[in-house]
Ligand binder design. Structure first.
Ligand SMILES: Cc1ncc(C[n+]2csc(CCOP(=O)(O)OP(=O)(O)O)c2C)c(N)n1
Ligand code: SF4
Length: 316
């Protein structure tokens, strides 16, 4: 007779859907991204009460409202500090930041840098539509020099930030790129990012049919010299993993390989995992310094009934 439990409820993507009214425009790529996050969490069987989602300001920033999980809608550009605080307070939560490219790489740029070098075990999903959509489509830091969308009065005269390069330079230990309208594959990438122990960036090419008439569904579905513009790295034999994390030469080689892929000549765009390095996380270092954290996360430690007399005496 089978002893398998029959009353175990498996986590479904629908478990993460909130009943808040969604006011994204019809056809917005953000729908695909949030669905992919929900599918990834269900794939990993993480229940909603073990998940925290933090989003910034912008269309992407509304994501926290649309997730049934612990969620927090923070200030513009402050996704990473909020994610950091959430993870430090409770190491046991699966912490996911969601924001726009303006939020992450523009106003939040300094925090994005610091987030990479800490290597906290978190996932940052950036909805990259090349515009500041919520404020009517001004250029964001990812739009290329010379490009102009229908919402811009003139073409951009600045060089673009390349999120993959930026993340590699900042120290993110998992760097990937997805496409909002390939939700199934995006969910696989996000699931890998969540499983990764360390700071993970998933930059997502996101269509904004309202303000970006350059990077449309048709553009991404297009071909370059008979080859699809978008293709999967994992179908080309590309190996993103640093197999010996103690070898600085291999780390440099794997970063160089990702760097080349992030600016592929001709304009084809690889999707998938560009780089993956498994090294101790910020939490691992903290646990080594603060023994109490090995038993419980900070949120569960009794901080209010400690005798701090010895500390005060040291100061006298
Ligand atoms: C400190 C601050 N500066 C400016 C704004 C105005 N503002 C709101 S959303 C936004 C841009 C959002 O763009 P992005 O982060 O790319 O997200 P999207 O709307 O494209 O999803 C700006 C500039 C603000 N809310 N707070
Ligand atoms: S303005 Fe663009 S990014 Fe914002 S909801 Fe509409 S389509 Fe989506």
């Amino acid at each position: 007779m089978s002893t398998a439990p029959t009353d175990v409820k498996t986590v479904q993507p629908a478990d993460f859907k909130s009943d808040i009214h969604n006011d994204w425009c019809p056809g917005c790529g953000d729908f695909g991204v949030i669905s992919a996050v929900q599918m990834a969490l269900a794939k990993l069987q993480v229940p909603p009460h073990r998940v925290a989602v933090i989003s910034g300001i912008g269309c992407a920033g509304k994501s926290a409202h649309y997730m049934n999980a612990y969620s927090f809608h923070t200030l513009h550009g402050r996704v990473m500090p909020s994610v950091t605080a959430m993870k430090l307070a409770n190491h046991d939560l699966t912490v996911i930041g969601v924001g726009g490219d303006g939020d992450a790489y523009g106003i939040g740029g300094g925090h994005f840098v610091a987030g990479g070098r800490r290597n906290l075990n978190i996932t940052y999903v950036v909805m990259n539509n090349d515009v500041y959509a919520l404020t009517k489509g001004q250029a964001s830091p990812t739009i290329a020099k010379g490009q102009k969308t229908k919402s811009m009065s003139e073409a951009s005269i600045m060089d673009a930030i390349n999120p993959i390069l930026l993340a590699l330079a900042c120290g993110y230990t998992f760097v990937a790129r997805g496409y909002a309208l390939d939700t199934k594959y995006l969910s696989e990438i996000i699931a890998q990012a969540i499983e990764h122990r360390g700071s993970a960036l998933v930059d997502v090419l996101q269509t904004c049919p309202t303000y970006n008439d350059l990077h449309t569904k048709g553009f991404y579905a297009g071909q370059i010299e008979g080859q699809p513009r978008l293709y999967r790295l994992d179908q080309t034999g590309y190996d993103p993993i640093v197999h010996n994390p103690d070898d600085p030469v291999e780390i440099a080689q794997k970063k160089a390989q990702a760097l080349l892929k992030s600016q592929e000549p001709g304009g084809r765009i690889p999707l998938g995992v560009y780089y993956k390095l498994d090294v101790p996380t910020y939490e691992d270092h903290l646990k080594a310094k603060i023994p109490g954290l090995q038993q419980k996360p900070l949120a569960e430690l009794d901080l209010y009934h400690r005798d701090i007399t010895p500390n005060l005496q040291e100061l006298m």
